[in-house]
Design a protein. Structure first.
Length: 295
């Protein structure tokens, strides 16, 4: 128990060094109960967000319901949702003293509140990918969903009703970088990789049309495909493009020296137990005088 709680503090100290802007809490963060998580939050140099997690005693959200941060003149609203369905019902010890409000209702209320105050709205979601997809069908105005819990690696994130849904695996195995280029006030997005693929296909089709070989029927089909691609590329004009890169984190990557010191200090205090030696399987002995089987 002591080792696990100390590990939680190492994680908070590491996130402080990384300089994160905010975190949305998940079900595992409540493993040791709300009081321990509140203790961790006081040590953090960044806000914890929990828009739909409520303290039963006070009736208020356990942490900040949302955050507004200005980045290069852009007002960014951030909030967080935790799914009730990731728990084992109300008897789950992690929910002691807490209540979870319906995510869709909370999202609608917060987006309505944030829209006049912000230019971009980000949801830190611990709903799981299927519920993220359901949420964007019910709630408009969320521009980016940074999802978790289901541990999916969405290299090509879907865009659903102008909402980009992101997820980059679990257990710290991947790092992700999401770059957005804003070309207009209307916050609709397309994947730059999709545009590049279409442009490449368009170039190939034009080359085929300019070389001898295709029949008249094939040329007609190529012209139709060229027109479809050109129309699609026109749709991208004035919209905002994004690039999403997911990187596998390996031992060859350089670690931050401060974080390395924290981990080494933790491991020296709580060394991992040596693995048990393998047990040789017992060979049953034949009863004396019994004939040996040749099967």
């Amino acid at each position: 128990m002591t080792a696990l709680t100390q590990k939680a503090h190492v994680i908070i100290d590491s996130l402080n060094v990384m300089g994160v802007d905010a975190i949305g809490i998940g079900d595992d963060d409540l493993t040791f109960g709300k009081e321990f998580l509140l203790e961790c939050s006081r040590k953090a140099r960044f806000p914890f967000l929990s828009s739909n997690v409520v303290d039963e005693r006070s009736g208020k959200t356990l942490f900040h319901p949302h955050l507004i941060k200005e980045v290069n003149g852009l007002r960014v609203g951030i909030f967080s949702l935790l799914s009730p369905e990731v728990f084992l019902g109300q008897t789950d010890s992690r929910l002691k003293g807490l209540a979870l409000r319906p995510p869709v209702d909370v999202a609608q209320s917060i987006v309505k509140d944030l829209q006049p105050k912000t230019d971009l709205i980000i949801l830190l979601s611990h709903l799981g990918y299927p519920k993220d997809m359901e949420l964007v069908q019910a709630v408009s105005g969320i521009h980016l969903i940074v999802g978790s819990h289901t541990g999916m690696t969405l290299t090509y994130p879907p865009v659903v009703k102008s909402t980009v849904i992101l997820q980059a695996g679990s257990k710290g195995m991947y790092g992700a970088r999401f770059d957005v280029t804003l070309n207009g006030r209307e916050l609709t997005f397309y994947n730059a990789a999709t545009k590049q693929s279409l442009e490449s296909n368009l170039g190939s089709i034009k080359n085929r049309l300019n070389t001898p070989g295709p029949t008249d029927a094939q040329k007609a089909q190529l012209r139709k495909t060229r027109e479809d691609i050109e129309k699609k590329l026109v749709e991208f004009e004035g919209k905002n493009e994004f690039k999403n890169v997911i990187i596998t984190l390996t031992e060859q990557m350089k670690d931050h020296p401060e974080i390395v010191k924290m981990i080494e200090a933790y491991k020296s205090k709580f060394p991992e137990p040596a693995p048990a030696p393998p047990v040789e399987p017992a060979v049953p002995s034949q009863k004396q005088g019994a004939p040996a089987s040749n099967k």
